[in-house]
Design a protein around this ligand. Structure first.
Ligand SMILES: NC(=O)c1ccc[n+]([C@@H]2O[C@H](COP(=O)([O-])OP(=O)(O)OC[C@H]3O[C@@H](n4cnc5c(N)ncnc54)[C@H](O)[C@@H]3O)[C@@H](O)[C@H]2O)c1
Length: 258
């Protein structure tokens, strides 16, 4: 009989782990939170929106151990307080997913200073705060996983991506490497996932022509699904990814190959 490759527990299992996901009230954040819970983790869903309560209800109904935290990721103290709530409830947080973002559509001519600052504050500064809050906790424990949501918009020029959104997402790739470097000696890995267009209420609103042209430019010929992004996050959150840090995992149907 062959010796088991994975012992003693399956490396993709998150049983006994706890996770904290920002922007988890809907969309990819909710799919990621659900995926982590289905892999066995207890999950804190953090969002600025009160919709997080409905998300919690449906996950509890499915039998998952989840916690709702309301916080605005632009506010470091509020995010730290929400994170502490999760630590108090779960005993520790093993996995931090920085997913909250604003995804505006605008041309370079439409973005004024306030709008630039706000998108950068949510997407990039919020991710910085999330990484740092998790890093403080995980560094002390000598282990942890941080996963940041980047985007193909930060890697590839596109008229559809607003300039401040694209800049924030490119910044997340650099931030991921900076935290990965700093935290590697402490047993904490930091990686990013960069999706391209994923099926979502936001993209449902695109004109059929535009949707068709995005699909046509994608070698796999379609949009991604939220569960396919969640799967990439799950991998990076698991023991299976122990030797991966500072990486950006593309989940883009082959739209950008590198
Ligand atoms: N959907 C896509 O096609 C796609 C593609 C590439 C990258 N992404 C990235 O994936 C992530 C999720 O995207 P989505 O489409 O699910 O977005 P979404 O707009 O559907 O959801 C974002 C969530 O973040 C929350 N949020 C916004 N501002 C916040 C704040 N200041 N504090 C706390 N929470 C806040 C919102 O309330 C919402 O629940 C984002 O980081 C996005 O950039 C998405």
């Amino acid at each position: 009989m062959a010796t088991a490759v994975f012992t003693p527990t399956h490396p993709f299992s998150l049983a006994g782990r706890a996770a904290f996901v920002t922007g988890a009230a809907r969309g990819l954040g909710l799919a990621i939170a659900q995926g982590l819970a289905e892999a066995g983790a207890r999950v804190a869903l953090c969002d600025v929106s009160e919709d997080v309560d409905a998300a919690i209800k449906s996950l509890r109904h499915a039998g998952h151990d989840v916690l709702a935290c309301r916080a605005d990721v632009r506010d470091e103290a509020a995010l730290a307080a929400a994170f502490r709530l999760a630590v108090d409830r779960f005993g520790a947080v093993d996995v931090m997913v920085n997913n909250a973002a604003r995804t505006p559509s605008a041309s370079i001519w439409d973005v004024d200073g306030a709008e630039w600052d706000d998108v950068l504050a949510v997407n990039l500064r919020g991710t910085f705060f999330g990484c740092r809050i998790a890093a403080l906790h995980m560094r002390g424990r000598g282990r942890g996983r941080i996963v940041n949501l980047a985007s193909i918009a930060g890697q590839l020029a596109s008229a559809a991506a607003a300039p401040h959104y694209a800049a924030s997402k490119a910044g997340i790739v650099a931030l991921t490497r900076a935290f990965a470097t700093e935290l590697a000696p402490h047993g904490v890995t930091v990686n990013a996932v960069a999706p391209s267009a994923v099926e979502s209420p936001l993209l449902d609103q695109l004109p059929a022509e535009r949707r068709a042209s995005i699909a046509a430019a994608t070698p796999l010929g379609r949009f991604g699904r939220p569960d396919e992004v969640a799967a990439a996050v799950l991998y990076l959150a698991s023991d299976a990814a122990a030797y991966t840090t500072g990486a950006t995992l593309d989940v883009n149907g082959g739209r950008l190959m590198r």
